[in-house]
Design a protein around this ligand. Structure first.
Ligand code: DX5
Ligand code: ZN
Length: 228
């Protein structure tokens, strides 16, 4: 019913394979893979080569969050690298419908990401193209930021739209939240409507990677907060 997706952004990049193994062994459901280009966002991270390298280690879906502009050229590379889910920011694509179609045509699940100030009208004409909606609860670019409280009302608004769409079409769209998710706010975030939770610094710590022996404790504590 709920999915926890640790963000590798806060992991120890010198031991990335072990970090993937350890969070999955600790009970994570997905691996959240943040791709930043120093253009759409002011930071630079990892690309398809690293996704391909962790693919054989991850016996779980790899959730690729593209913070890049332009979007389309890189989609095929991530499909080839084994991405299971690919999301992108609508402002970063010239042709949103086409970008979504490219992802699904490649066999991956497709989704849009909304920044804190991105309006929801992007959902108006493409619900049938979506497998997932990702709401940012911080401005994208960095781990370890504080959850923006106004995101709770936005989550509830998206939840209502997704529920209406499921009634109408029978198709379920997942609702993922990304940014500042912690043990003390995950319950409220779930009550507002999220079913999938990215957590970077909460799991890996504020530095470059945390204590792997604590990952299972943290993941269990996050899960224990979730309403039945
Ligand atoms: C931010 C990234 C997030 C980030 C979340 O741009 O999209 O996935 O890693 O980190 P925390 O959980 O520390 O806010
Ligand atoms: Zn992310």
């Amino acid at each position: 019913m709920y999915r926890l997706a640790p963000s590798l952004l806060s992991a120890n990049f010198a031991r990335l394979g072990e970090e993937v193994d350890n969070v999955l062994a600790a009970g994570a459901d997905w691996i959240h893979f943040d791709v930043m280009d120093n253009h759409y966002v002011p930071n630079l991270t990892v690309g398809p080569l690293v996704c391909e390298a962790i693919r054989p280690l991850a016996n779980a879906p790899i959730d690729v969050h593209l913070m890049v502009k332009p979007v389309d050229r890189i989609i095929g590379d991530f499909i080839a690298a084994g991405a299971d889910i690919i999301t992108f920011h609508p402002e970063a694509s010239e042709h949103i419908d086409r970008s979504l179609a490219l992802i699904r045509d490649g066999g991956a699940k497709a989704g849009l990401v909304f920044n804190p100030a991105t309006p929801l009208h992007y959902l108006d004409h493409l619900m049938d193209r979506l497998d997932i909606v990702l709401l940012m609860s911080v401005n994208p670019g960095f781990g370890g930021q504080t959850f923006i409280p106004g995101t709770l009302a936005k989550l509830a608004a998206v939840r209502a739209r997704l529920d209406a769409w499921r009634q109408e079409s029978g198709h379920e769209i997942l609702l993922e939240i990304d940014g500042g998710v912690k043990i003390d706010n995950i319950a409220a975030i779930a009550r507002a409507g999220a079913d999938t939770f990215v957590a970077g610094s909460a799991i890996f710590g504020a530095g470059r990677g945390g204590d792997p022996h604590r990952y299972d404790t943290i993941i269990s504590r996050l899960r224990a907060e979730l309403p039945a």
